[in-house]
Each structure stands twice: as structure tokens, then as C-alpha cells.
Ligand binder design. Structure first.
Ligand code: ADP
Ligand code: MG
Length: 399
């Protein structure tokens, strides 16, 4: 990675202003469901405290739509953080994000202490990347640290603007994400295989285009495979298809041929007579989908063919489930692909999972700890795979 990290800064007596992604699920009573995102930021916070800094944290939570929403205050997050971080002398919480009260709270802060600012998206200037807000944020620290990979694709005041006013470096989570994703993408051990799935081809066209010049094999699954199959003349019954993308699918197939990429499509499928967990199901070849039926998972022959390619790979990136994995009868293909990645990992391959639903599917399969890297940023990893620069990363100081 060509960006400076927290290791490049002398922290003693400095105030670190750290953008984290504490966008955790909260229920109506303010209880945190899954605290993975808070835990993911701990290595960076610990390092800063151990090296003599005081730490000022900022994060968004939910979608408050540019105003204060009481249920989206970060207080429960501050409380959980203090439980997870007993070595912090104190974890304080402000009711504001910037301004005089925030500056006073920060001025009081001693090395070893942590302060969590209020939800950045309460301020209407956050998402418009208002330079005034960025300047106000910059007053709250000596050095800016971005550890929020999940929002790095957004140019907001707390992710991009503020970095223009302070020395700006990556935290450990950001560094790990960039090393894993760019490492696999730009410097892969071969064979390099990617698996792309999910509901819609239109969401992933740019990803496929970017990958075609890099990979050895591209395995297509999920709802988007239907549009590719339609482009090849198959009848898909009542499956999810995107008629507007048939031409694009056809041209991607041609580009893959020209680039010598092994683009694989499903040869069989699990079909259902309704979009429902208790629908009637059948396993059929992709040329045998009748009207009234829809493709909701890849079939066993496809699983076997994809698994064989994955098991020989040295680098694998996976984005997008193979079927409607939220419903048990259509989770088999996704789970089998997850298992093939786990097996490839065990053979020494680098395996990287990006995409919110793919990550959820791997967790559901209980295979998370078998993968080389599970991305914490669905949207950010997608944009990175599209070959786009992430504004929150670009803004950091070069090595
Ligand atoms: P990710 O979040 O990993 O990038 P996407 O959001 O692109 O993945 O796609 C995930 C969604 O795709 C899931 O909700 C899943 O149910 C849906 N999906 C997968 N296969 C099909 C299919 N054959 N028909 C309809 N929806 C599908
Ligand atoms: Mg998704």
C-alpha cells in the first residue's frame, strides 16, 4: 500500500482524530445487535493509546437524514466501546459533532482517554462534504486517521474533506482492507479466479469489465446469470432477468473470449414455482426452465464445475451469492461455493470476500475464519473492484 499508516506517526502527546465505522445495528430500545464493527476498530484505537495519544472518534450511525434523531445517538456505542476497551482511562461522549462544546471536550482530553463525537450525519454538511465542516472537524485533532473502509467510497466531510487540513494516515483496518483487496486485484498469484453473483447484472457490469483484463476465470451465478443465459438464447421462464442488459451480457461474453478468460455460466439450476421458501422445487438443466418457474439457485453440476476451478485457484475474489441464500432451499449453491473457497484457503490460496450479502452468507455457513479476508465494506469493496479510486483513500498522505 502506498499510503502512510498510523505506524508512520510519532503519537506521544498528540490527539488522533479517527474516522471509524461504528454503523452497528441498533434495535428500537438502543441495544446493539452485532458489535463486529466496533471490535474491528479496536486494534487501531489500542495502538494509538499505547503510543501515548489521546483519541477522538467520529462515526455515522444509520440514516438520520441531515438532522438529530434521538434513537441514532452514539451513546450505546460509547458504552459498548468502554466495555471492549478496559485499558482506556475513560471513554467520553459528546452530544455534538463539531463546534465550541466539542472543542472544549477535546481540550480536556488526556493521553489514554477516548472521546466519541456525536453521529456525523446529524450535521447536514457531512454528506455534502462542506469545507466549513471539514475545517471544524480538523480543529479536533492533530493527525487524522481513517479506519472506516466501509465509507471510504464516499467523499464526506469526515472521510475526505477533513483529510485536506491535517496529516492524514490509514488505520490498521483500512490498511488490511486495502492490502487484501488491491493485493488480490493487482498482484494475484495465479490461477486468479473470481466468482460474481447476486441479484442484478446491472449492479456488477463495471466489476466484471474491470476483472476481465485481470482474471483467469470468471464464474457467474445468482440472479444475474439469468441475463447471461438469456443472451445465449435460453428460455428462463419467470426468472429475474434484465432485458435491458442482454446486449451487455453478450458483449461481456465476447470480451471474455477475446481476453482468453474462462467465463463460466451455470449449466443447471434449482428452480421453484414461486419466490418462496416453501415453493415446489426441481433441479433441471438450464435449457429446461418452463414458464411459471424461476431459477433461485445454481444446481449440483454447476457447483461441481465451479468448485473444481476454485480448488485449483491461488487467488479467489468472491462477490455476490449464487442463489437466494436467505431461503434455506436455495442456499445450497452459495454454501457449496463458500466451502470450496474454504478448501482453497486450506491449500494456501488467498481468498477474499467482498459484498454485504456474500459476507453474510459466508458467516451463515460458519466459514468466515477460513477465508483470508472478509471485507467490512460492501459498497466500498464493490467500487474498488470496479477499478474506481476511493476518495477517502486518495485523500490520505502518500508514503
Ligand atoms: P452482495 O451484497 O454480496 O454484493 P448482491 O446485493 O449483489 O450481493 O446480491 C444479493 C442478493 O441476490 C441476495 O438478496 C439474493 O437473494 C439475491 N439473489 C441471488 N440469486 C438470485 C436469483 N437467482 N434470483 C433472485 N435473486 C437472487
Ligand atoms: Mg447486497
Amino acid at each position: 500500500m502506498n499510503k502512510q499508516t498510523i505506524r508512520d506517526i510519532q503519537w506521544q502527546g498528540k490527539r488522533a482524530l479517527v474516522r471509524v465505522d461504528f454503523n452497528v445495528p441498533l434495535d428500537k430500545t438502543g441495544v446493539i445487535g452485532d458489535d463486529t464493527r466496533i471490535r474491528a476498530a479496536l486494534p487501531t484505537i489500542r495502538y494509538l493509546l499505547e503510543n501515548g495519544a489521546s483519541v477522538v472518534l467520529m462515526s455515522h450511525l444509520g440514516r438520520p437524514k441531515k438532522k438529530v434523531v434521538e434513537e441514532l445517538r452514539l451513546r450505546p456505542v460509547a458504552e459498548r466501546l468502554f466495555e471492549l476497551l478496559p485499558e482506556a482511562t475513560e471513554v467520553r461522549k459528546t452530544e455534538v459533532t463539531t463546534g465550541a462544546a466539542a472543542e472544549a471536550a477535546v481540550a480536556d482530553l488526556k493521553p489514554g482517554q477516548v472521546l466519541l463525537l456525536e453521529n456525523t450525519r446529524f450535521d447536514p454538511r457531512e454528506e455534502s462534504n462542506d469545507p466549513k465542516m471539514a475545517q471544524e472537524l480538523a480543529k479536533l485533532g492533530d493527525v487524522y486517521v481513517n479506519d472506516a473502509f466501509g465509507t471510504a467510497h464516499r467523499a464526506h466531510a469526515s472521510t475526505e474533506g477533513v483529510a485536506q487540513h491535517l496529516p492524514a494516515v490509514a488505520g490498521f483496518l483500512m490498511e488490511a482492507e486495502l492490502n487484501a483487496l488491491y493485493g488480490a486485484l493487482n498482484d494475484p498469484q495465479r490461477p486468479f479466479v473470481t466468482i460474481i453473483g447476486g441479484a442484478k447484472i446491472s449492479d456488477k457490469i463495471k466489476v466484471i469489465e474491470n476483472l476481465l483484463s485481470r482474471v483467469n476465470a470468471l464464474l457467474i451465478g445468482g440472479g444475474m446469470a439469468n441475463t447471461f443465459l438469456l443472451a445465449q438464447g435460453y428460455n428462463l421462464g419467470d426468472s429475474l432477468i434484465e432485458p435491458d442488459s442482454v446486449d451487455v451480457a453478450r458483449s461481456l461474453i465476447e470480451k471474455a473470449k477475446a481476453a482468453n478468460v474462462n467465463l463460466m455460466l451455470p449449466t443447471d439450476a434449482v428452480i421453484a414455482d414461486a419466490f418462496s421458501a416453501d415453493a415446489q422445487t426441481q433441479t433441471v438443466a438450464v435449457d429446461a426452465v418452463s414458464a411459471g418457474w424461476r431459477v433461485l439457485d445454481i444446481g449440483p453440476a454447476t457447483v461441481a464445475a465451479y468448485s473444481a476451478v476454485i480448488k485449483d485457484a491461488k487467488t479467489v475474489i468472491w462477490n455476490g451469492p449464487m442463489g437466494v441464500f436467505e431461503m434455506e432451499p436455495f442456499a445450497v449453491g452459495t454454501r457449496a461455493v463458500a466451502q470450496a473457497l474454504a478448501d482453497a484457503s486450506a491449500q494456501g490460496a488467498v481468498t477474499v470476500i467482498g459484498g454485504g450479502d456474500s459476507v453474510a452468507a459466508v458467516e451463515q455457513a460458519g466459514l468466515s475464519d477460513k477465508m483470508s479476508h472478509i471485507s467490512t465494506g460492501g459498497g466500498a469493496s464493490l467500487e474498488l473492484l470496479e477499478g474506481r479510486e476511493l476518495p477517502g483513500v486518495v485523500a490520505l498522505n502518500d508514503k
